[in-house]
Design a binder for this molecule. Structure first.
Ligand SMILES: [Zn+2]
Length: 167
């Protein structure tokens, strides 16, 4: 049975089916995510996919250590983009993320930004990013790896119509 597989075997299979390698070298987790981080289910427990990837490729995570992202892409599990940090570097890493306009959305959020009829400002508030990040996604100037192949986003007039219909 799938759920009885040893950790390495299960993670190896997941790597083959739940990871999309994209430009920039990120290995995006396409399985379930929580707060932007990939989730790997093992023995009925949720493990951060980036943590599982570290354990699989590098080794155990010492107590009290965090696995941080050099690339700021939370659902990336490329071990080369990960580093072992302490609580402080994890916090620094998180606050640094807030300053990187290009790497603040998860794939799912970028897709949502692209396809949603909500305004740039509403989505920006929802995702905690600048409005310019959302508008760049919609103009296909950013996150094109996430929106490739999707039909054009709803026009501004369609978005306005959507809002007016609620008034
Ligand atoms: Zn990465």
């Amino acid at each position: 049975m799938e759920h009885n597989l040893p950790f390495r075997e299960k993670f190896k299979r997941t790597l083959e089916t739940r990871v999309q390698k994209v430009r920039g070298g990120c290995w995006l987790w396409t399985g379930s995510c929580a707060t932007g981080y990939g989730v790997f289910m093992y023995k009925k427990r949720n493990v951060g996919a980036h943590r599982a990837s570290w354990i699989y490729h590098v080794g155990d995570i010492p107590d009290g250590k965090f696995i941080c992202h050099k690339c700021d892409v939370r659902n990336c599990i490329n071990p080369k983009h990960l580093f072992l940090g302490d609580y402080k570097s994890n916090m620094t890493d998180r606050s640094a993320k807030g300053r990187h306009p290009n790497a603040q959305l998860t794939r799912a959020q970028a897709v949502e930004a692209f396809t949603s009829v909500e305004s740039n400002a509403a989505l920006a508030r929802k995702f905690g990013v600048a409005g310019s990040v959302v508008s760049r996604v919609r103009m296909r100037q950013a996150y094109t790896w996430a929106t490739e192949g999707l039909p054009a986003p709803p026009s501004r007039s369609r978005r306005l119509k959507y809002f007016n219909s609620w008034v």
